[in-house]
Design a protein around this ligand. Structure first.
Ligand code: DQQ
Length: 581
């Protein structure tokens, strides 16, 4: 209260001094967002401390807001668009969600526009939920999205740009024919589990196809719809894919990948050098899983290489984009750079009360280029090259042996806002810990329970090491082969133990006897986005240190194991701020 009173006093003063009202409002908002909050250990942390500087989040001028799923990403007439699930009124999710909208020339700096869809029709009055964009012939972008009606029933609806000659596509109109797809007694679709239409693809028969996520009891389903004109949609006899016990499939994504290199493919393209990826966001686990397989165009079904698909008993063995926080993701084809780009939502690890205090929650991960690994068995993800233009001051290190027990400080970069790349060569692998055949092969459990040493980076570390987040590799011996696990351990990341401090883990398909182990980490105040094995394994975490903040954060390389480890390359850059909304 006292703080608000002094802000009003300041406003009056500025008015008297002849400043314009808009300048004053901007100033008040800025001041208010710099108010302080008390963490559980009584440290005083300013509200903006954890706010990322180069990750996407809504405008700072929203006094209180929440962001979740990326929606309808696309490149249109030279401009990138990102829509997103946005609650402009509170830093928590609320059903009456709208579609926020921002544009960018480079996927790094973003400019906010007015919301493109707000709940105002009987079929979406309780929320404009997730959906996708399809660019139809003659450059016509169409949004298909889920509307929530007064009975909480879910339907699929179409919105089109009001004015196609506006390159920014500021205004969107909802079609009078809506809803275009809805649950009926005849089709037996679950009325509250029918959402998140994908980008549509065009078959050789001239029919558009789209999948919508659903559930029938425990069975997760990608319901397939077809249409000749994008207005009249007919439910196909068979779903594109389903799995008996995986629960609700949210935000499905279905797209082709090339078997030849990194090049991306437009969503409707099929052919001999093409495989398909089906990704689903499992409501029950809050993780995004994907399968690689074949799209059988005659039967209109997706046949995963791994026959059990999303029904595997050990769900932890189904591949994920990210083994930390990353949900409701969506890809789009970028025709300018001939690549497929992946966006994913990274939620907070703090408690809701703390989100409300800092007045914002939810960010998008750095967009990643995604392609099929040469093995054909997994996807590779790498931060888009454009992010490198934020790299500022650079420190380098060549060839340094890290004896067991070594901690090596990397100074000279802003450690709370940095891009770090490091590669390790490991010798004397016979000293590696043996993988006990009785252990459950869940990498998260290996990282949290079996981790005896390891080597990697300590990020966001306080001077006295009361706080740090460690991202590291562990190598296990198993039948003359080696199993590499990458871990992101948040257990010491903050003295505020109210935060979720879970440890994450992922297998990295690299043979350490013949290849170097590489790690890249994008550190952005409260985000630690890690890419192991040149993008073979990704782990994103959110951490909120109370001591290791801003210029009090430090960066170290370490070897805490029994193996002989050599750093063959280390490059760290201070990262500049992006202009985000
Ligand atoms: N978020 C949206 C839904 C989607 C869920 C609602 C996934 O459409 O299923 O905000 O995070």
């Amino acid at each position: 209260m006292a703080a608000m009173a002094s802000l009003h006093l300041l406003a009056t003063l500025l008015l008297i001094l002849g400043y314009g009202r808009s300048v004053i409002i901007a100033h008040i908002i800025d001041e208010a967002s710099h108010q302080t909050t008390h963490s559980s250990n009584n440290m005083i942390i300013p509200n903006h401390t954890y706010r990322p500087s180069f990750h996407f989040l809504p405008s700072k001028n929203w006094m209180n807001d929440g962001l979740t799923d990326p929606n309808g990403p696309m490149r249109y007439k030279g401009m990138y668009h990102l829509f997103y699930q946005h609650n402009p009124k509170a830093a928590v999710w609320n059903t009456a969600i709208e579609w926020g909208h921002s544009i960018s020339k480079d996927l790094v700096n973003w400019f906010p526009l007015q919301p493109s869809l707000t709940p105002n029709q009987p079929y979406d009055i309780k929320g404009c939920w997730s959906g996708s964009i399809t660019i139809l012939p003659n450059q016509k972008p169409f949004i298909l999205y889920t509307g929530i009606d007064n009975n909480n029933h879910q339907t699929q609806n179409l919105a089109i740009p009001k004015n196609l000659s506006d390159p920014l596509l500021r205004e969107w109109v909802k079609l009078p024919n809506n809803p275009l797809m809805k649950p009926t007694l005849g089709n037996k679709i679950n009325v509250t589990s029918f959402r998140d239409p994908t980008t549509a693809w065009l078959g050789h028969d001239g029919f558009w196809r789209v999948i919508v996520g659903s559930q029938e009891n425990e069975k997760g389903i990608a319901i397939l719809y077809k249409s000749k004109d994008f207005l009249h949609w007919i439910k196909a006899k068979h779903p594109l894919n389903s799995a008996k016990k995986s629960g609700m499939w949210e935000c499905p994504d279905f797209y082709p990948v090339s078997t030849k290199g990194k090049i991306g493919i437009e969503t409707s393209v099929d052919g001999p050098q093409v495989r398909h990826v089906l990704k689903v966001s499992l409501y029950d686990t809050s993780h995004d899983y994907y399968l690689i397989g074949t799209y059988d165009t005659t039967k209109d079904v997706f046949v995963p290489d791994d026959e059990e698909g999303f029904d595997k008993d050990e769900l932890y063995l189904v591949q994920r984009y990210d083994y930390g926080k990353f949900y409701a993701s969506k890809t789009f084809y970028d025709d300018a750079k001939k690549r497929r780009v992946l966006w994913g939502w990274i939620n907070e690890s703090s408690v809701q009360q703390d989100d409300e205090k800092k007045a914002w929650s939810g960010i998008q991960g750095i967009p990643r280029t995604v392609w099929l690994d040469e093995s054909g068995k997994q996807l590779i993800q790498w931060p888009i090259a454009e992010i490198e233009k934020l790299r500022g001051h650079h420190v380098k290190l060549h060839s340094k042996v890290l004896k067991p027990g070594t901690l090596l400080q990397v100074s000279g970069v802003t450690a709370a806002q940095a891009d770090v790349e490091i590669s390790f060569q490991v010798s004397k692998l016979e000293n590696a810990q043996e993988l006990n055949p009785s252990w459950k092969l869940d990498p998260q459990i290996l990282c949290s329970q079996k981790a005896k040493g390891g080597f990697g980076l300590l990020v966001l570390a306080s001077k006295g090491m009361q706080e740090y987040t460690s991202v590291f590799f562990m190598i296990f011996r198993a039948n003359k082969k080696y199993v590499v696990v990458m871990c992101s351990d948040q257990s010491r990341s903050s003295l505020n133990h109210k935060n979720d401090l879970t440890t994450y883990g992922a297998f990295v398909n690299v043979d350490p006897a013949h290849e170097e182990l590489s790690l890249r980490i994008l550190i952005d105040e409260s985000v630690v986005e890690s890419f192991g094995g040149k993008g073979k394994a990704c782990i994103t975490s959110r951490v909120y240190p109370t001591l290791a903040i801003n210029d009090k954060a430090h960066l170290h390389a370490f070897n805490n194991g029994t193996l002989h480890v050599k750093i063959t390359r280390l490059s760290a850059w201070s990262m500049k701020k992006a202009k985000v909304n």
